[in-house]
Design a protein around this ligand. Structure first.
Ligand code: BTN
Length: 247
């Protein structure tokens, strides 16, 4: 079923947004709106994306009417925002579904070792455009994703209302942006360190441009990057890139 836009408008009357039945990607329209000066908190959502974008040039599987796909315009466009959004997603999922998620740096939302949500942050016209995709009611995934993705429905065994999840998430985004603005990025890094099992003491492999590196995670830097202690004792700072459990 398509998202009940009227219900969302009734429950968050002060929030400006547009909702489409189908788009190539909500990132494209939200970037246009950001360049045109759209207000902070404005979002663009769709029931289906035909060319959903993921991080690192990947695509985002966007089955119609099952997942939550939207891009929100936020200011300030600071690096810590992406970690703040991961925290917001974990909190909204917990409140609405009672499912506890983990965060794999920087912002993969996981249940066990499977991805249930992802966040893609871009900067357009000085504003952050943050795209959030949550696998809500999917009953299956294509073969290439079946072993690495899951949905809230597959975990709990029943459907979850996308409207309630969206409204909770908007609230949690506002709350975490507020923490970032008032208390600074250190407060977000502290919350993130507590919420993620990946920040410290985790054996991982990271795909860097020069090849994969394996080691043990050793906390966040002051800028929110991930410290990795390589097996030869040297420390590498991971600025971006695919972190995966060590096989
Ligand atoms: C990731 O690779 O983990 C990030 C996935 C981000 C997907 C969302 S869905 C809504 C928005 N529109 C897109 O095309 N991508 C983001």
């Amino acid at each position: 079923m398509p998202l009940n836009q009227n219900l969302v408008r009734q429950l968050v009357p002060s929030r400006a947004f547009e909702w489409h039945s189908s788009l190539d990607s909500t990132m494209r329209i939200a970037a246009e709106r950001a360049l045109a000066g759209a207000e902070t908190g404005f979002f663009v959502g769709a029931d289906e994306q035909t060319a959903g974008q993921g991080r690192l040039g990947r695509s985002w599987h966007s089955e119609p009417d099952t997942g939550l796909y939207f891009s929100i315009i936020l200011r300030p466009a600071v690096p810590a925002l992406t970690l703040a959004l991961g925290l917001a997603a974990v909190e909204a999922i917990r409140v609405i579904t009672h499912i506890d998620c983990d965060l794999r740096w920087p912002n993969d939302v996981l249940v066990g070792d499977r991805k249930v949500a992802g966040i893609l942050t871009q900067v357009h016209g000085g504003a952050a455009v943050a795209g959030i995709g949550i696998n809500v009611n999917q009953q299956q995934f294509p073969p290439d994703l079946a072993s690495i993705a899951t949905s809230l429905r597959l975990i709990s065994g029943h459907d979850h209302p996308r409207e309630a999840l969206l409204i909770a998430l908007l609230d949690d985004i506002d709350m975490h942006v507020d923490i970032l603005t008032r208390q600074g990025h250190g407060a977000i890094f502290d919350l993130y360190t507590h919420a993620s099992t990946y920040v410290s003491g985790r054996r991982v492999t990271v795909d860097l441009p020069e090849g994969p590196v394996t080691g043990t995670t050793a906390g966040l830097t002051e800028a929110g990057y991930l410290r990795l202690r390589r097996d030869d004792g040297r420390e590498v700072i991971i600025v971006a890139g695919g972190v995966r459990p060590c096989s």
